[in-house]
Design a protein around this ligand. Sequence first.
Ligand SMILES: Cc1cc2nc3c(=O)[nH]c(=O)nc-3n(C[C@H](O)[C@H](O)[C@H](O)COP(=O)(O)O)c2cc1C
Ligand SMILES: Nc1ncnc2c1ncn2[C@@H]1O[C@H](COP(=O)(O)OP(=O)(O)O)[C@@H](O)[C@H]1O
Length: 269
Amino acid sequence: MTFDPHPAEVVRPGSHPPQLTTLTRRAELAEELGIDVFCVMPFTATVMAQPAEDFVHSVLVERLHAAAVVVGDNFTFGYRALGNVEMLASLGHKFGFSVDAVPLLTEHSVTYSSTYIRSCVDAGDVKAAAEALGRPHRVEGVVVRGDGRGRELGFPTANVAPPMFAAIPADGVYAAWFTVLGAGPVVGQVTPGERYPAAVSVGSNPTFSGRTRTVEAFVLDTSADLYGQHVAVDFVDRVRGMERFDSIDALLIAMGGDVDKTRAILGIP
Ligand SMILES: Cc1cc2nc3c(=O)[nH]c(=O)nc-3n(C[C@H](O)[C@H](O)[C@H](O)COP(=O)(O)O)c2cc1C
Ligand SMILES: Nc1ncnc2c1ncn2[C@@H]1O[C@H](COP(=O)(O)OP(=O)(O)O)[C@@H](O)[C@H]1O
């Protein structure tokens, strides 16, 4: 079961916690784990004001007839987040469901949590984010038109427009996997569902005094019309920071180096 929108969005309106996964992606990941039913609980002002005991009774007992409830051991819920694992366990005793509190994973003395992963993504440390997630951090979106400059430079880049409040890595250049989601069709050498290596730029193209921040993927060794496609960028590692170059030649040399480093990181010839 998951909440939508993010409870923080309702508890502190305007706080916009960067979103690590879209709802659809969360459902896909649950399916990959072998979960048959994925419940989305709308998180409203009414739910926010509901005391923890009422939530357990109305949602877990009356609606879901829960037999076993599994949560992270730092789980809190209900009005003012006063409900915790202890309370859940005692209510479970009363209503007849078991409670399994799973300890959070700790590696290299860091406890993995969505707050920690958001801070990694925000700092551009997508490698640490991937380690904590157990998969690369994904940014999804539709490919939109940019300034039409990439092709002239010899590096066409698919400009990905992510959903509002998506967690975007810090400005910089990254090695990533690029996938066209959905069935396509795609005109060109890209097959939907297959992943392709990509050198990805996040930033406002300071060399060209750009204003808007974009996520742009140069997909290696291929050519396709990607406009309008719904795509995913899986961030594997950071290559370098975003730079303002004095000449286009200097930018092109740097991009060539980025492509070489991307190949090395992704382990492709
Ligand atoms: C691997 C890679 C590295 C890039 N590095 C920089 C950079 O350091 N500075 C910069 O101003 N733009 C950088 N860019 C962005 C290019 O300026 C941008 O792709 C180009 O202006 C094309 O923009 P368009 O897609 O809007 O036509 C990079 C792009 C790629 C693909
Ligand atoms: N290898 C490739 N990687 C990324 N985009 C490509 C590639 N080959 C062709 N394209 C197409 O070129 C477009 C990007 O070209 P570009 O000149 O940068 O235009 P724009 O500024 O509109 O993004 C992409 O949206 C895609 O349709």
